[in-house]
Design a binder for this molecule. Structure first.
Ligand code: NAP
Length: 334
């Protein structure tokens, strides 16, 4: 803390880090204290743009800053484990981009390290904290559409093929599943609040051997299903449809939704408009500050077990496709 403000650091000054910094700037109780990039130049221009007082070409030097409260880890998936470990080693709270790690085994180790050091750790699943998601869950709890029986959701975008981009490079844990498939999976898990009892999936490999498209069908106890798909080579609608015994909720652009269309079997129809502040990342940052302010080491909204559960599902599907990342082969030291 510095002058009563919660001090943030950022590791990795790429695309999403800019979006996060914009959202942080709308929170009066937060200060972006410092940023780190492998490129000192990139760190400096990022810091100047968002009024951060310190910049480093070493992640370790950032993590060592005494006033720093928490670090937002915004590197590519393959670095999440080591960057988050570094921050935990230095006693800094961690908000790590999705997916928390590449494999469930890495997540288990990271989580147990955070618990043993009593340090806050949360996957930056920003959609969980949006007012639209909160409202959706409230409507479902109130049984506004009866019992939910099916969730359908997709997240595909068209990223031109580039073998060394983070999207297509297996060395950076590229692929649709880990990059965007994780969104519909997260939504289904959040709605059904349990793990699937059966998982079916299919995929199309890119020339670099990552899934450029993949589809998932999960069956949950209680006669419930999720039908989900993701892509990095074609734009899809990014819609979620939640089907209940007494109605349907349509969530356009569900990962950043500001509208919910509710249609009930009785014929009633309603569109709810929900706030979406700045670039949408302030809500997750507020959760980190709230949790750390009350001495918690995990969030009830994105608890460790949820991140782990999602990674176990993704591990299972990748295993069945023969999609192996370097992290699958590394026996990490605890
Ligand atoms: N929450 C969301 O809405 C959202 C949206 C997009 C992405 N993401 C997540 O955010 C993370 C970063 O995505 P991004 O699109 O911001 O990525 P990016 O701009 O391609 O890269 C982010 C940072 O990762 C490091 N990096 C990138 N490529 C590298 C390479 N080949 N070798 C070594 N380091 C490399 C660099 O860190 P340095 O600056 O230190 O060099 C870079 O600044 C991903 O895990 C992704 O899943 C989240």
């Amino acid at each position: 803390m510095k002058n009563g403000k919660f001090c943030w650091g950022i590791i990795g000054c790429g695309k999403i880090a800019h979006q996060f910094a914009i959202s942080l700037s709308v929170l009066p109780q937060a200060e972006l204290l410092g940023v780190a990039s492998k490129s000192g130049e990139r760190a400096e221009s990022f810091a100047r743009k968002y009024n951060a007082g310190h910049w480093f070409d070493s992640y370790r030097d950032l993590a060592r800053m005494p006033e720093l409260d928490a670090v937002y880890v915004a590197t590519t998936h393959n670095f999440h484990y080591e960057n988050s470990m570094l921050c935990i080693d230095h006693g800094k709270g961690v908000l790590c981009e999705k997916p928390l790690t590449v494999t469930a085994r890495e997540a288990e180790r990271l989580i147990s390290h955070a618990i043993s050091r009593k340090v806050f750790l949360m996957e930056a699943f920003w959609t969980r904290f949006l007012p639209s998601t909160k409202k959706l869950l409230e409507l479902l709890d109130r049984k506004v559409i009866g019992e939910v029986k099916m969730v359908k959701a997709d997240f595909g975008y068209n990223f031109p093929f580039d073998a060394i981009s983070r999207v297509y490079d297996p060395g950076l844990a590229g692929g649709a599943l880990l990059d965007v498939g994780v969104y519909p999976i997260n939504l289904a898990q959040q709605i059904f609040r349990s793990d699937p009892v059966d998982i079916q999936s299919s995929f199309i490999m890119s020339p670099t051997h990552i899934d450029e498209q993949s589809s998932y069908i999960f069956r949950y106890e209680g006669s419930r299903m999720a039908v989900l798909y993701a892509a990095v080579n074609v734009e899809t609608r990014h819609d979620a449809w939640i089907y209940g015994t007494e109605g349907i909720i349509h969530m356009p652009r569900f990962y950043c939704a500001s509208k919910l269309h509710v249609s009930r079997s009785s014929g009633e129809k309603e569109t709810l408009e929900l706030p979406f502040v700045s670039t949408g990342y302030s809500y997750e940052a507020e959760e980190v500050m709230r949790c750390m302010g009350s001495g918690k080491i995990e969030s009830d909204i994105m608890p460790h077990r949820e991140s782990l559960g999602i990674l176990k599902i993704m591990d299972k599907m990748r295993q069945s496709w023969g999609l192996i990342y370097p992290a699958d082969l590394i026996e990490r030291l605890p």
